[in-house]
Design a protein around this ligand. Sequence first.
Ligand SMILES: Cc1cn([C@H]2C[C@H](O)[C@@H](COP(=O)(O)OP(=O)(O)O[C@H]3O[C@H](C)C(=O)[C@H](O)[C@H]3O)O2)c(=O)[nH]c1=O
Length: 176
Amino acid sequence: MRFFETAVAGAYHIEPDPFVDERGVFARTFCAETFAEKGLVERFVQTNTSFNPRKGTLRGLHWQDPPKGETKLVRATRGRLFDVVLDLRPESPTYLAHAGVELDADRRNALYVPVGCAHGFLTLSDDTEAFYLVSESYSPDHARAARWDDRAFAIAWPFAPTVISPRDATAEDFTP
Ligand SMILES: Cc1cn([C@H]2C[C@H](O)[C@@H](COP(=O)(O)OP(=O)(O)O[C@H]3O[C@H](C)C(=O)[C@H](O)[C@H]3O)O2)c(=O)[nH]c1=O
């Protein structure tokens, strides 16, 4: 695995090192030892998957407040998606910055979203599936949302969503 810094401190775009032979492709997609060596979270307690039949589906931007903050390791296991990490850590040097990465099932790349950051994605093809490891269990009482088009963030999405939940579409303006 190769780790590339992004515009958000502590968030990494991860490219696999695939082993290709006549049978096909093998790639390690997570390794606790490697993650620990890099100072990243290496213990995950939940995995999530979301299947999105329509291109233009936007989920997010979501996070959980302390003490249920989540680190996420996100990949596309079908199709392609534009994955966004948004820094909501006031103490961070990149506070309110974001990074967007295209995750592609064929590339098998991933995005590491550190705790304290919001996460969301826009699907770039029909039948896109996201799969992600999460370091904290789900807690509705700590779940928070920010709006994809909030001017506080000026996120450069590839295009506007055509499918979005009422909760996400009406999330309140972010107040620092
Ligand atoms: C996240 C979650 C949700 N749920 C239940 C709650 C709802 O009844 C249903 C759908 O939840 P929601 O509409 O929040 O699903 P998404 O909009 O895909 O939420 C996710 O979207 C962005 C991209 C994320 O990064 C988070 O993982 C997560 O917030 O699943 C659970 O039972 N467990 C869970 O861990």
